[in-house]
Design a binder for this molecule. Structure first.
Ligand code: ZN
Length: 148
């Protein structure tokens, strides 16, 4: 895919997921949850997971923030559903590498590759990574996360 095509797809995906975020609701019967706050932009979300042992059965999020943070959270929920907790952490690592503009595991990332140009905008990186940090906190049990 050319860089232009990737940039266009990025815009399109952000708009779509911002307008109709997937799994955008509170989960009452979650097994893991964490709160994420990005003071630089004001993005504020809660992320919920329902796990059965290692298996991630459902992922949802709710809160408010900019288009990038919402789209990223939305794409994360669909990406993680059905994965194991260790796969979820592997996806976190790959996505984090991608956001930093480093070599990342493309196979693990799948559709998340559209965020590949975001490292050029450091202030937006936190928007894109917020729900992922919250997800990681939820899984490893810290419960609360802030990206500063
Ligand atoms: Zn933001």
């Amino acid at each position: 895919m050319t860089l232009d095509a990737m940039a266009e797809l990025y815009q399109q995906m952000i708009l779509e997921h911002n307008k109709k975020p997937k799994n955008f609701h509170k989960m009452e019967d979650c097994t893991h949850s964490a709160e994420g706050f990005n003071p630089l932009c004001g993005d504020h979300y809660n992320v919920y997971l329902k796990c059965d042992g290692e298996q991630v059965l459902e992922v949802s999020f709710e809160g408010s923030g900019c288009a990038i943070s919402k789209a990223s959270g939305s794409m994360m929920t669909t990406h993680l559903k059905g994965k194991t907790r260790s796969e979820a952490l592997k996806s976190f690592e790959a996505f984090h590498q991608l956001l930093l503009g480093k070599e990342a595991d493309q196979e693990v990332l799948g559709k998340l590759k559209i965020f590949s140009g975001i490292w050029k905008y450091p202030s937006r990186v936190k928007c894109a990574s917020l729900s992922w940090h919250a997800m990681k906190s939820a899984i490893v049990g810290e419960g609360k996360t802030t990206t500063e």
